[in-house]
Design a binder for this molecule. Structure first.
Ligand code: SF4
Length: 408
């Protein structure tokens, strides 16, 4: 849980919860994935997935390293066959020898029990999709599932899941039960419909099997390509888990979000909405772009919500008729000079009429004062007025004088 650093805000929040500006994260158990921990109050973990063929050992190892170097903390690889599962052993070895042991997750698909058992030896977490793990081809003539048919398949799932659960449990490794709205099992579709409830029941069926074998290193996801469906599924999952005393961390994502601006906005709408409610312990933004493009989006979501601070927070006004300089240009210059000072909040405001009041408690402010002049602020205190063309250099001097500067 985050703590409020501002005592005024804290007492206001105590007097009226509607004033509370803190995100109270849902309590979850810690689940270790290699050197990274998901849940248990740890910072929200960023993950992504490479799109190389796993049989391409060198290409996959290089792609995993590239992602890890830019901040992807857990990397997923797909394992469609036994050969791919074995290739992961080599990828892992290569990474350890030439770089470091990056936490890896293997994605197992249709009827992937044997593959999962092999790959579980080499990775830190196995992701299974309940709709595909025991896959029965949908029958076009079927009109219902009787209770006994439903239970018979449930038993088959138990038998197929058991060996994987046992090996992961005994190795202290993790499993993601990753439900996808688009690939619900036919018997779930018949019983619960194409609904968030069907998604949640799918996950619960697998969770109960794991719990019966005393295995709880679980992370749950309920992704959908439609944001309202995804939101409803995660919220219902939280409700059901609360009712059952379960505290598994959640992996958030919007599937098939697409690319470009809309893909980013759609992912953010789903992921950030839940994070703001305290739901979610690890995130993946799925874009139809190079996976490296996903990482900055993840960090921007977390930074905007105050959940992680990985860059300078810039507060800037949109500019208006009162603006005394080219705000866009100045913001670019300020950013270019200071973007390596992670942890600072810097405001760039167009005028002194509203600027100082709206700097949102930034550490430093750069505010239009009068034509040709700007004022530099430390917090709410005006420090000095300088000619506009010296503004950025003087801002740097001020930060240096405060001993908060580091060289890029
Ligand atoms: S801070 Fe001043 S310049 Fe910027 S939008 Fe507000 S009134 Fe306009």
């Amino acid at each position: 849980m985050q703590t409020l650093s501002n005592p005024v805000a804290q007492s206001a929040a105590e007097a009226n919860p509607a004033f509370d500006t803190t995100i109270h994260r849902r309590h979850t158990r810690p689940v270790k994935v290699g050197s990274v921990t998901i849940g248990g109050g740890h910072p929200v973990v960023v993950q992504s997935m490479i799109n190389e063929d796993t049989l391409d050992i060198d290409g996959s190892a290089a792609a995993i390293r590239r992602l890890h170097e830019i901040g992807c903390e857990i990397v997923r690889v797909t394992v469609p066959s036994m050969a791919h599962a074995k290739a992961i052993a080599e990828i892992k070895q290569k990474l350890s020898a030439s770089y470091q042991a990056v936490p890896l997750v293997a994605d197992v698909h249709h009827n992937g029990m044997k593959i999962a058992l092999e790959v579980a030896k080499h990775v830190d977490k196995v992701r299974i999709n309940p709709g595909l793990y025991v896959f029965e081809k949908p029958s076009p003539t079927r009109s219902e599932y009787t209770q006994s048919e439903f239970e018979e398949i449930g038993e088959k799932i138990r038998q197929t899941l058991e060996p994987l659960v046992i090996t992961l449990r005994d190795q202290g490794k993790a499993m993601r039960i990753g439900v996808n709205h688009g690939s619900l099992a036919e018997r779930m579709l018949f019983t619960y419909g194409d609904t968030p409830e069907g998604m949640v029941e799918s996950a619960l069926e697998f969770i109960r099997i794991c719990e019966s074998l005393d295995y709880r290193n679980l992370v749950i996801s309920l992704k959908a390509s439609r944001v309202p469906v995804m939101l409803a599924a995660y919220r219902l999952m939280v409700q059901r888990m609360n009712e059952s005393g379960m505290d598994y961390p959640l992996h958030l994502g919007v599937t098939e979000a697409g690319d470009g601006e809309y893909g980013r906005i759609k992912s953010t709408a789903g992921i950030a909405t839940l994070l703001a409610e305290g739901i979610g312990d690890t995130i993946r933004v799925s874009l139809t772009e190079a996976p490296e493009k996903e990482i900055p989006v993840c960090y921007s979501i977390l930074q905007a919500l105050g959940l992680r601070k990985t860059m300078v927070e810039y507060v800037a006004c949109p500019s208006c008729g009162r603006t005394l300089f080219n705000l866009e240009e100045v913001l670019h210059k300020v950013r270019a000079a200071t973007q390596h000072l992670t942890g600072l909040d810097i405001a760039v405001m167009g005028c002194i009429v509203n600027g100082p009041g709206e700097m949102a408690d930034a550490d430093y402010g750069y505010v239009g004062k009068q034509p040709g002049y700007i004022s530099l602020y430390r917090g709410r205190e005006e420090i000095k007025r300088v000619p506009e063309d010296q503004g950025v250099a003087e801002l740097i001097n001020l930060i240096k004088a405060d001993d908060r500067w580091v060289d890029p």
